[in-house]
Design a protein. Sequence first.
Length: 176
Amino acid sequence: MGYQNGDMLDRIDFEPVFFAPFVSSAMKVESGWIDYNGHLNMAYYNVLFDRAVDEMYELAGIGEDYLKERRRSFFTAEVHIRYLRELHAGDPVRVTFQLLDFDSKRLHYFEQLFHAVDGWVAATSENMSLHVDIDSKKTAAFPDDIAKRLDQLKNSHARLPRPEAAGRRIAMPERA
């Protein structure tokens, strides 16, 4: 699922009707991912979120072809996952992706994992990813064409409400 030389990218409509938020293809919770508690093991929530990011990156022109052609990719620097509701083997799911912000070298985005039939949110994932030169393994500035595309995406996603969980931190509750 890659686009050759960005030929499709110039025709992508980044307006909110099409692209805000990005919604992944349907996925299914695999039986081998179920832990001894009888629900989806925490590690596989990351797998589902990551598969959705891969789809989003491909659509935005920063996926596998981008790596091969420009020797640039993304490394995850930080993730905050909230597990809200159990998923079980065979459950159909979809993930939404909302770009919250970016700068010259980083992406800050928020994902929600939904039960694809019943519509409830099973988990959320807030992420900071670094744009990296694969050869040097150092962060690198986005090329101008990619920065422009990310700006279009951000503007489209900015029309969405900011997720209430974005920016949360882990802490013990205040004592009364």
